[in-house]
Design a protein around this ligand. Structure first.
Ligand code: NAP
Length: 352
């Protein structure tokens, strides 16, 4: 008998969906019950429906498993992970929550709704308390929890310790984002090779507002946005995995680079007491070498779940600047979502 919890992956054929599968087939608490995708894929085996694009065992060993349609009649489980595009997610995710599933979504459809937790376990685990309000308001017997956009996830991991200790007053961020962030096939190779594209639709707005929700407080009406000025500029670059961010911040009290380094070095995040299975031992890895972090050298550390900070130095405009690197499809997508489910389970926030 299998003592682990059955889960569903919605969007299992996609870039993020495949990463869910690769993580979940070896997860200590969960096992895959259903793989779901669009009507185009339903009824086909996993191997017939998509091409496996990751290393490790092809299709996570589930090549012959039949895909089902992404609706609760065919794909229900106590925990459901969604790697759906935002359009289908807006329609499909509430159906699962209404039917009693605890759904953890990567899509942007519900992230900014005040009664939907937007979570990074090390940063704002208490935001799971919003689920009570969500169930009251929406009448769900299950729930929807979300993880931020990949760039925002990586950014807030470095900002959270600084916001807690000093308070962020203003933030400027420029990103160099990997092509995998656009899904498959993403940007055509002839457009991206040897090139930089200074626009990613909707990304800058997501970073600016989602970071304020993650670092905000809980109010009676749900999450309240933190009060700081944020300006993001996002660029697509010819890197496979790993978003690099150049960050400048103005912090209350104008701490020195040494104070900032010490604060980041000591931070273990707010999830350590639960010893979550997918949590890295050190959520932030600090680099002192002037040429680190780099995607090729650092992004796979701790199975893509650690975030790297380097080049902490004085900024003549805002006070402090540094570089941040994280894995966009692991920490920024599938791994982050699975960590959220582990947190909800450990905190007793799931409907059983
Ligand atoms: P993707 O590769 O295009 O995969 C999309 C998945 O959704 C496929 O499995 C597809 O199934 C399924 N799907 C599409 N329309 C559907 C419908 N009407 N009903 C049911 N299933 C449907 O996309 P992705 O890059 O993996 O991204 C998935 C989600 O994660 C998006 O919301 C994205 O914004 C978010 N996200 C992505 C990243 C990243 O780095 N890539 C990071 C964070 C968040 P078929 O194969 O059957 O069409």
């Amino acid at each position: 008998m299998n003592a682990t919890i059955p889960v569903t992956v919605l969007g299992a054929t996609g870039t993020v969906g495949q990463r869910f599968v690769r993580r979940l087939v070896r997860h200590p608490l969960f096992h895959i019950e259903h793989l779901a995708a669009s009507e185009r894929s339903a009824g086909k085996t996993y191997a017939e429906a998509c091409e496996w694009r990751l290393g490790g065992e092809a299709y996570g060993g589930l090549a012959s498993k039949r895909l089902v349609a992404a609706d609760p009649a065919h794909a229900m489980a106590p925990i459901v992970f969604s790697a759906l595009d935002s359009g289908p997610a807006r329609e499909i995710e509430p159906q699962f929550a209404a039917a009693g599933a605890n759904l953890f979504s990567n899509a942007s459809a519900f992230r900014m709704e005040p009664d939907v937790p937007l979570l990074v376990p090390e940063v704002n685990p208490s935001h799971l308390d919003i689920l009570r309000l969500q169930r009251e308001r929406r009448g769900y017997t299950g729930s929807i929890s979300t993880n931020p956009n990949c760039t925002t996830t990586i950014l807030v991991m470095a900002l959270a310790p600084l916001h807690t200790r000093f308070g962020v007053e203003a933030l400027v961020m420029s990103s160099l984002q990997a092509v995998s962030g656009a899904g498959y096939p993403g940007v055509p190779s002839l457009d991206i090779l040897g090139n930089v594209i200074p626009h990613i639709a909707g990304e800058e707005e997501k970073v600016e507002v989602e970071s304020k929700k993650l670092l905000g407080r809980l109010g009676v009406q749900g999450a309240e946005l933190a009060d700081f000025a944020a300006s993001a500029a996002c660029h697509r670059v010819p890197v496979l995995e790993g978003h690099t961010l150049a960050v400048s911040v103005r912090l209350c009290g104008a701490p020195s680079p040494a104070d900032v380094r010490e604060t980041l070095a000591q931070w273990r995040g707010l999830a350590r007491e639960w010893e979550l299975a997918s949590a890295p031992k050190k959520p932030l890895v600090l680099h002192d070498a002037p040429n680190r972090p780099q995607p090729r050298l650092d992004v796979d550390d701790a199975e893509g779940m650690a975030v790297h900070v380097g080049r902490i130095r004085a900024c003549p405009l805002l006070g402090i600047k540094f570089a941040v690197l994280g894995h966009n499809t692991e920490r920024g997508a599938a791994g982050g979502s699975i960590l959220n489910a582990e947190l909800a389970l450990a905190r007793g926030s799931l409907q059983r």
